[in-house]
Design a protein around this ligand. Structure first.
Ligand code: SF4
Length: 236
């Protein structure tokens, strides 16, 4: 079968009416269309101006990204900030995620808000496993992302050691705005437009990572070697 591709939007996308008269003209045209009075080229133009095409996958992903149900689950101080995201001041409902679910079986986002103790890790993992696919996880705060200030035997040094994490939100605690920002990054990821890391965005190569001995200190041989490898990976 031969498929003929045609550019649909030959006309300019529909804009806001510029005057009440133009609005009225459009209303009359819409009325004609509903009555079946619009035919031929007029009808073609009318439809082409108002139809947007997309793929089923994109629609599904958009629906998923804008109707996330986070699990009602908090671990430590960060959870207080997480709770406030549903308050009117921050209002995460604007992004379609205000319905925190009390059961992991009804949730598709786990926000790890706080430090994860070694004892708690299997519990967290079980909750994550009980969630239905597709599911996502945000690691909120320094503690859940890296152990934070608790560099000891009782706290897991980074939640991605025992479960997959999609977005890390830095801070101690991150403000609700930071969590919402992380959440919007997750939405972009779900819709297939994951934000490139800051390295690719700013064309950075990791020079800020070497331990500085003073204002005039230079990176060690090992650090220079590591940067060279990083540049190779980034194709820079
Ligand atoms: S990152 Fe800070 S606020 Fe969050 S759990 Fe750790 S100590 Fe508490």
């Amino acid at each position: 079968m031969e498929i003929e591709r045609q550019k649909l939007r030959v006309h300019a996308p529909l804009e806001q009416p510029k005057s009440p008269e133009e609005l009225r003209a459009r209303q009359l045209k819409a009325r004609d269309m509903l009555r079946g009075d619009l035919t031929g080229e007029d009808l073609d133009n009318y439809v082409e101006e108002r139809v947007a095409t997309t793929t089923l996958e994109k629609v599904l992903n958009s629906a998923r990204a804008h109707s996330i149900f986070p699990a009602t689950f908090g671990l430590a101080c960060c959870a207080i900030e997480m709770m406030s995201t549903v308050s009117p001041r921050y209002d995460i409902a604007r992004f379609g995620a205000e319905a925190f679910r009390a059961s992991p079986r009804q949730a598709d986002l786990l926000i790890l808000s706080g430090r994860v103790s070694i004892k708690m890790a299997p519990v967290v993992r079980r909750i994550y496993d009980q969630m239905l696919e597709p599911k996502w996880a945000i690691s909120m705060g320094a503690c859940s992302s890296s152990g934070g200030m608790f560099q000891n035997y009782a706290v897991v040094q980074g939640a991605d050691k025992f479960m997959p994490i999609d977005v890390h939100v830095p801070g101690c605690p991150p403000r609700p705005e930071a969590l919402i920002y992380g959440f919007t990054k997750l939405q972009q990821m779900i819709m297939g437009n994951a934000d490139p890391g800051w390295r690719s965005r700013y064309n950075a190569h990791g020079t800020e990572e070497w331990a500085r001995g003073g204002p005039a200190s230079k990176p060690s041989e090992e650090a220079l070697e590591a940067y060279a490898k990083a540049r190779e990976v980034l194709g820079a």
